[in-house]
Unconditional design. Structure first.
Ligand SMILES: [Zn+2]
Ligand SMILES: [Zn+2]
Ligand SMILES: [Zn+2]
Length: 264
């Protein structure tokens, strides 16, 4: 699998759109890896997780051709992960000659009803499937296993285990620390790569709906992946990319930046 992390910020982006906090001022001045857009990953040419409001920016920045998209997995309905209006552009006059129609879109019940209420079935070249946690979906060459995240009590947020032959990846965003049933499921599997959100960084507050760096280390200890990468950062953590690396790298945790490519 070729995985590209397209965006590595929490909902407000980084520097945050309307923010003049010290961190955003420093991030604007420093540029480079300190410019973070809303979170999504691209896998090979035909798979994508989440559809953030920065999707067009991702397409033009990383030369992605979404006419190839065959499978779109959504984690949850928060607008930084599902910018539902973007889906209007899948059909003429906005899009012609999709290569893999209908695009298959998968998500929890909140996600699929949000899409269907906006775009009645059959009106656009996509097909919507509601997922059951822990029930695997075969999508061309990959298997996606939706797992229960711990993020928003008002919907059944999902994270994804992605399998390509013997290779296995966990994309853990958005979530706080997993409940025991999810841990029990993950413990039985062997992971090559963990990509985990770390919205709270080193803030000394307890992780409720998002992960802190300490919580990422606890998850890493449980699932023992060969490689761990953190993403989905909030400007409130107060650390620029290099400063985050100085904390994470000694623990053998890598800090994602927008556009980073991971081979697995
Ligand atoms: Zn988010
Ligand atoms: Zn800020
Ligand atoms: Zn969220």
């Amino acid at each position: 699998m070729r995985i590209q992390i397209l965006g590595t910020a929490a909902a407000e982006g980084w520097p945050a759109e309307f923010c003049a906090c010290d961190t955003c001022i420093r991030a604007r001045a420093a540029g480079g890896h300190n410019r973070r857009s809303r979170s999504s990953i691209q896998i090979d040419d035909i798979y994508k997780i989440d559809l953030p409001p920065d999707t067009f920016h991702h397409v033009i920045s990383y030369d992605i051709d979404l006419s190839n998209l065959a499978h779109l997995f959504i984690t949850h309905s928060h607008f930084d992960h599902l910018s539902v209006g973007e889906l209007v552009f899948t059909r003429p006059p906005f899009a012609h000659n999709l290569r893999r129609p209908p695009i298959k879109i998968y998500g929890n019940e909140t996600v699929t009803s949000a899409i269907i209420s906006r775009f009645p079935e059959g009106s656009h070249p996509f097909e919507v499937t509601t997922l059951e946690p822990f029930v695997p979906v075969t999508a061309d060459d990959l298997v996606f296993i939706p797992i229960t995240a711990h993020h928003d009590p008002h919907q059944h947020c999902l994270n994804y285990v992605i399998e390509s032959g013997p290779k296995r990846v966990l994309y853990a965003s958005d979530t706080g620390e997993y409940e025991q049933s999810t841990i029990d499921f993950l413990r039985k599997l062997k992971f090559d790569l963990l990509i985990s959100e770390c919205t709270q960084g080193t803030l000394p507050m307890p992780a409720h709906s998002h992960m802190s760096f300490e919580a990422v280390l606890r998850l890493r200890d449980i699932i023992a992946p060969s490689r761990t990468v953190i993403t989905h950062f909030s400007h409130n953590i107060g650390l620029l990319h290099d400063e985050l690396e100085a904390i994470a790298n000694p623990h053998e945790v890598e800090v994602a930046y927008d556009g980073i490519v991971l081979e697995c």
